[in-house]
Structure formats: structure tokens, C-alpha cells
Design a protein around this ligand. Structure first.
Ligand code: HEM
Length: 414
């Protein structure tokens, strides 16, 4: 039964690598990919929003963590953990180990070589053996409760506190809260899952327990397309995507442990597909304020034309409904980086409806950007009829890690 693994171990006894096929060429790191893409363009042009070459690897080390401005890969596996051990030295040890593992995993390597001792479990679970790195990125964040548990609450910036209750929130405990999040994105779902599995496997024996997780996907043919969400609208058109945007809207610029990091909001939003599918085409477009096919803002022809909420019909009515999702968001003047994924999770057997929706993920310099927009939607967003927010989290994603340092070092040691 073990002969297959045995052969494998003997074939590649000292290698951490499952990369015999890997091209090896990294396409850039956290921010680097973003930066590279930008080199040939001016800094305020929209950047590609997703991976172009699915086989490549993204460096783990860099100024910012990967998985934020990194073009969105096709798959996410998102994990939220509870911190069970509040001894700071033990947490430092864990974060050092996660740094080591993440640096290997993102390069398409296993976290340890297979042993020749066949009486112990393999160091790496192995389901990514012979797969490429698939642009894997691992992004780590902690919540206000993490700081409290470690007695570090004095280090929490004033705005770093649990999100307020929003109108129509129906948050469920099983998708809300938690102390640590790990966002694993890759162009292959098994690679994304494998990475989380390794990171959690040993940690969960004494340090953390799993609270909730969600996998998700987005679909596109090539980099020039904006993926469609499960309401079939292009999602991600008006996004904070340029380098200038990143400085202005995404990276924290306070002289503290979070400098160069970003706040992440995650919301598990159930989409009521059955209700949506009974809605007329015209009303669907009124809900978003955009053309369903082209993605153009109402009153315009093309997806990326500027939004003009002041345009009027001949009878004086606004061209873009004032309660449409885009009108309401646009009017706040706020921006954030949306990096969401659709999910489908089987069916709700009580209602006999799909359990499907959007794992909404946004990155911002301040949680207030999200709060302002979500409050603007309030009770009036036309889309409210078709969605329910069932899960929520706010996490501070650390700045990038320098080689030799470890994740969260400035917080844990500073
Ligand atoms: C299931 C839930 C949601 C769906 C299906 C959805 C879908 C969309 C779509 C189709 C657009 C227009 C295309 C685009 O610019 O990307 C859009 C725009 C936008 N959405 Fe959402 N969205 C959802 C939730 C949210 C939430 C929770 C927020 C933040 C609080 C948000 C913030 C925005 C912003 C800022 C824009 C751009 C507005 C502008 O043009 O200035 N969305 N969304």
C-alpha cells in the first residue's frame, strides 16, 4: 500500500520540490507583479486584474503581501481561524513557521521532504505533487480580537474595531468573526486548498482551530475580460487598480506595524438566484445601473466609460436609477479594491434553493471606506432584494515580509 509513496520518497529523497515541470520564472511578487505590469504604462491606467499565465509563481517576499494588488487568480480558499494559545512566544514561533511554509508553498514547493521512515506521516500531505505553483498567493491578516487575546490592544489603531451592524445584516455565527484569516488564491483549486491544509495542519494541534472557510472562483477567458458574477453582470469594472490608486486607497500609511499593509473586509453574501432569475432584464439592469451585456454605465456605450449620474431622460428622470447599486456606491466618492469570488455550496435543503453567492473581499487603507459605501447602500440599494449578508470579518493584513523576517513581526515584537 505504501509502495507508491516509498518509490516517490526514494526518487526524490532530499527534494522539497514538486517542480520538475515548473518553468521557474517568477512573474513578480506582491506589488511587484503590479509594478511590472505598470512599467510600460502610465501610473493611472487600469491594470490587468487577473493572472495571465497560470503556471507561474509569485514571490512571497516583498514590500507588500501578495494577494492584494496581485491580479486576481481564478480560485480562492479562504480560512478563518480562532487563536487558542495566547502565549506571545508561541504565536511568534507559529508565525515564523508560517513564513517558512508560505515562502515554499508559493514557489510550488512542499513544506518538507518525504521521509524514508514509513512509520510516520509524510511532512507534506502531497496532493499538490506534480502540480505547478499556479500563481499561488497567501495573504495573512489578524482581527481586533487577535490583538486583545495577546494583550496588544494598545497597538490597535483607533479605526481597527469590529465592523458596525449594517441595515439588513443577517450575520450567522458560523461565518463571522475569528482571530486570523488566510486568503489562499491560485489558478488551480487544489493548489489553493493544499496550501491552507499545510498551514493549518500542525498549527491546529495546539495553536488554532478552524472557525469557517469558503472556497470561490471567478471565470474569464483572458486578462482583458472582467469576470461576471452569478447575477451575470461584469463585476470589478470600477476598481482601485492603478499604482496611484493603491497608494491613495489601499496601503496603510500610518507609522505603525501596519504600514504598507491593508485592511481587508470579507463578507459572505448569499445571492438569491431564484428571485433574480424571475426578474425582468430591464429591472436587472436598473438594479446595477449598468448594461448587462457590455457592462457600460447606463447612458454610455462602453464598459470603461466614465459614470455620469447626472444624465437625464427627456422627461427629466435620471438615466441611472438613484437607488441602483452603482449610483449609490459612486456617489460616496469612496474607492476600494474589490477582489471578490463567487461561491456555490450546494443547496439549502430547507428552502430547496441554491446556497450561492459572493465571497466579497475588499482591501482598503481604512475600514471607513467600506463602512461609508455599505451605509450608503443601507436599506435603499435595489440589490438588497436579491442578497443577504450572512458572514463578516475585518482583518488587518500585515505589510510584506523581508527575507529573514517573519509575518507580523512589527506587531509581535515592536
Ligand atoms: C453580492 C453582492 C454584490 C454584487 C453582486 C455586486 C456587484 C457589483 C457590480 C455588478 C458592480 C458594477 C461593475 C463594477 O464596477 O464592478 C458593482 C460596483 C461596485 N460595488 Fe458591488 N456588488 C456587491 C456588493 C458590494 C459591496 C458589499 C460593496 C461595498 C460595500 C460594493 C461596492 C461596490 C463599488 C464601490 C462599486 C463601484 C461603484 C462605482 O462605479 O464607483 N459592492 N458591484
Amino acid at each position: 500500500m505504501t509502495s507508491k509513496r516509498l518509490t516517490h520518497a526514494v526518487d526524490e529523497p532530499s527534494s522539497l520540490s514538486r517542480r520538475r515541470l515548473l518553468k521557474g520564472a517568477a512573474i513578480g511578487g506582491s506589488g511587484l507583479l503590479f509594478g511590472k505590469a505598470i512599467a510600460a504604462q502610465t501610473s493611472d491606467q487600469p491594470q490587468p486584474t487577473r493572472s495571465t499565465d497560470t503556471t507561474q509563481s509569485i514571490p512571497f517576499y516583498g514590500e507588500h503581501q501578495a494577494g492584494i494588488t496581485t491580479p486576481a487568480q481564478r480560485h480562492v480558499y479562504f480560512m478563518v481561524l480562532k487563536l487558542d494559545n495566547t502565549d506571545r512566544q508561541a504565536v511568534i514561533k507559529l508565525f515564523k513557521e508560517w513564513t517558512r511554509q508560505a515562502a515554499l508553498l508559493t514557489q510550488g514547493k512542499n513544506i518538507g521532504p518525504y521521509s524514508n521512515n514509513h512509520f510516520i506521516p509524510p511532512a507534506d500531505t502531497g496532493e499538490a505533487d506534480s502540480l505547478h505553483a499556479y500563481n499561488l498567493s497567501l495573504t495573512f491578516g489578524v482581527s481586533p480580537s487577535f490583538l486583545e487575546k495577546l494583550g496588544l490592544q494598545d497597538k490597535a489603531p483607533a479605526e481597527f474595531k469590529p465592523l458596525p451592524h449594517f441595515p439588513r445584516d443577517q450575520l450567522q455565527a458560523q461565518y463571522t468573526g475569528g482571530d486570523i484569516c488566510i486568503q489562499s488564491c491560485a489558478d488551480d483549486p487544489q493548489v489553493a486548498f493544499h496550501a491552507i491544509r499545510q498551514l493549518v495542519r500542525h498549527a491546529r494541534t495546539s495553536m488554532v482551530s478552524m472557525l469557517w472557510a469558503q472556497n470561490g472562483f471567478n471565470a474569464y477567458n483572458d486578462v482583458s475580460q472582467t469576470p461576471r458574477n452569478l447575477f451575470a453582470f461584469k463585476d470589478g469594472t470600477a476598481n482601485a487598480l492603478t499604482l496611484k490608486d493603491a497608494e491613495k486607497y489601499i496601503w496603510v500609511d500610518d507609522k505603525n506595524w501596519l504600514q504598507g499593509g491593508s485592511y481587508m473586509v470579507v463578507r459572505r453574501i448569499q445571492m438569491h438566484l431564484e428571485t433574480w432569475d424571475r426578474t425582468s432584464y430591464g429591472e436587472q439592469e436598473n438594479t446595477f445601473g449598468r448594461d448587462k451585456l457590455s457592462g457600460a454605465p447606463m447612458g454610455q456605450q462602453h464598459e470603461f466609460e466614465p459614470i455620469d449620474t447626472g444624465l437625464k431622460e427627456s422627461n427629466g428622470d435620471p438615466v441611472m436609477p438613484v437607488d441602483s447599486h452603482v449610483h449609490l456606491a459612486h456617489r460616496t466618492g469612496q474607492q476600494l479594491l474589490r477582489r471578490s469570488y463567487s461561491y456555490t455550496g450546494g443547496i439549502n435543503t430547507l428552502t430547496s434553493q441554491y446556497d450561492a453567492g459572493l465571497l466579497f473581499i475588499s482591501f482598503q487603507k481604512s475600514p471607513q471606506q467600506f463602512i461609508t459605501i455599505q451605509n450608503a447602500f443601507g436599506k435603499i440599494d435595489k440589490m438588497n432584494e436579491y442578497i443577504t449578508h450572512v458572514g463578516s470579518g475585518l482583518f488587518a493584513c500585515f505589510p510584506g515580509v523581508k527575507e529573514g523576517d517573519y509575518l507580523g513581526q512589527a506587531l509581535l515584537e515592536g
